[in-house]
Design a protein around this ligand. Structure first.
Ligand code: SF4
Length: 403
């Protein structure tokens, strides 16, 4: 077990960091999911206490925080009062403004209007609902615990409970899903008028039950070309519906005709943007990752080992790695290309003391000629078709990294 040591890290000037709390409990495991969680609620109260203790023992050298994100797992299995207690522990320990973004992920099968109202009272001001689909057939295939009706009600309940910043998640690229089926899900999602929509491609993570079934030939996965077509449909449909495509899988209302005219960032996930821009964050709970550039470290996975560790007054860090300059460059390229802003060339050059154009001239010219990438101002960014080929494009660019 490693001791936390922040001596070698320094936050960048003016940078606002994030706090992530990993809630490792689910009512039932979905067969496609490889996030760490256990089924059942036996350890929930111990976990709530332990996270507060972990916060109390974790320093934050010179960091200011403006986001707190409860992810999982299923954070909506935690009682609102306990979520409030964790928020208070964070406020007590860290430099945390009143207007911080505080997000909670909610499973539609676990929430009522009253419960959501109490999360709001506890201090949560952004809710993200794991709808995944509005089709019973799809929800059954995904092994979700909720019905399409519960998915819709969760959004309506959240609105009634006072949330004016709510998002929903959808999954596409299911076996046999065609464009018209996917458009049906998108149409229903937009009809509920969430401020934010995340659309994730179904992937088969090694070792998950769904991946084993795929290997056995129980179903035929969505072919790559159809998946790419569904991605482009998503971008076209949501853009036409007033959502700005700000990251590969994420779309947010711009606020242009709403309460904050012209504010493109208003409804983007402030917390998740930190992951794509290399900003510091602290993670709490089993398996949670933290990043204090250039150091990344992560907690032990097992809930019981995590609890034992905290109860003995030890930090629960399992491992730590210090990113090399090369690894940091690769992350800056890969994560930058995921976003609508793309890579800020000036910042890249300043950070790495490297000439971006000279280094990447050849692959970038190729990608521009192929209509996959554009230069806009000081940035270079992928076009939607380029985003469908993100991994291949990043790999091509990495061939030209000069260390
Ligand atoms: S509810 Fe979410 S975290 Fe839990 S198993 Fe399903 S997808 Fe994974």
């Amino acid at each position: 077990m490693e001791k936390r040591d922040f001596g070698e890290t320094r936050p960048r000037e003016g940078e606002k960091a994030g706090i992530y709390v990993h809630v490792p409990f689910c009512a039932k495991k979905c067969p496609y999911c490889d996030f760490y969680s256990i089924v059942g609620s036996a350890f929930i109260k111990d976990f709530v206490r332990a996270v507060q203790m972990e916060m109390a023992m974790t320093p934050s050298p010179g960091l200011f925080f403006d986001t707190l994100y409860f992810g999982g797992g299923t954070p909506s299995l935690i009682e609102p009062g306990d979520i409030g207690a964790i928020i208070e522990a964070a406020r007590k320990k860290y430099d945390f403004p009143a207007l911080a973004e505080i997000t909670l992920e909610a499973n539609p099968g676990t929430v009522t209007e009253e419960r959501l109202r109490h999360y709001r009272i506890a201090g949560v001001n952004r809710i993200n609902i794991g709808t995944q689909s509005f089709s019973s057939r799809n929800l059954t295939f995904l092994g979700r615990i909720h019905s399409p009706g519960q998915g819709k009600n969760a959004i309506r309940f959240a609105r009634k409970a006072g949330f004016d910043n709510l998002g929903l998640d959808l999954i596409y690229g299911l076996p046999g899903q065609d464009e018209s089926m996917w458009l049906e899900d998108l149409t229903q999602a937009v009809g509920l008028e969430p401020e934010h929509i995340s659309c994730y491609m179904l992937t088969f993570e090694p070792g998950t039950p769904m991946d084993l079934n795929r290997r056995k030939g129980d179903f035929t996965p969505c072919p790559d070309d159809r998946m790419a077509g569904l991605f482009e449909t998503t971008v076209d449909f949501l853009s036409a519906g007033g959502y700005f495509h700000y990251e590969t899988s994420n779309f947010a209302k711009t606020g242009v005709s709403g309460k904050n005219p012209g504010n493109r960032n208003r409804y983007q996930s402030r917390h998740n943007r930190k992951y794509w821009s290399g900003v510091s964050y602290l993670g709490f709970g089993p398996s949670a990752h933290s990043f204090l550039p250039p150091v990344r470290y992560w907690n032990i996975k097992s809930v019981t080992q995590y609890l034992n560790c905290i109860n003995r007054g030890h930090t629960p860090v399992a491992e730590k790695e210090t990113l090399t300059r090369e690894q940091q460059m690769m992350e800056a390229v890969y994560l930058g290309l995921r976003t609508a802003d793309g890579i800020d060339i000036g910042k890249f050059e300043q950070k790495f003391k490297a000439d971006f154009y000279t280094m990447f001239q050849e692959p970038l010219s190729e990608l521009v000629d192929q209509g996959l990438l554009v230069f806009s101002g000081e940035n270079v960014r992928l076009l939607p078709r380029g985003m469908t080929l993100l991994d291949a494009i990043a790999g091509r660019i990495f061939e030209y990294l000069v260390f």
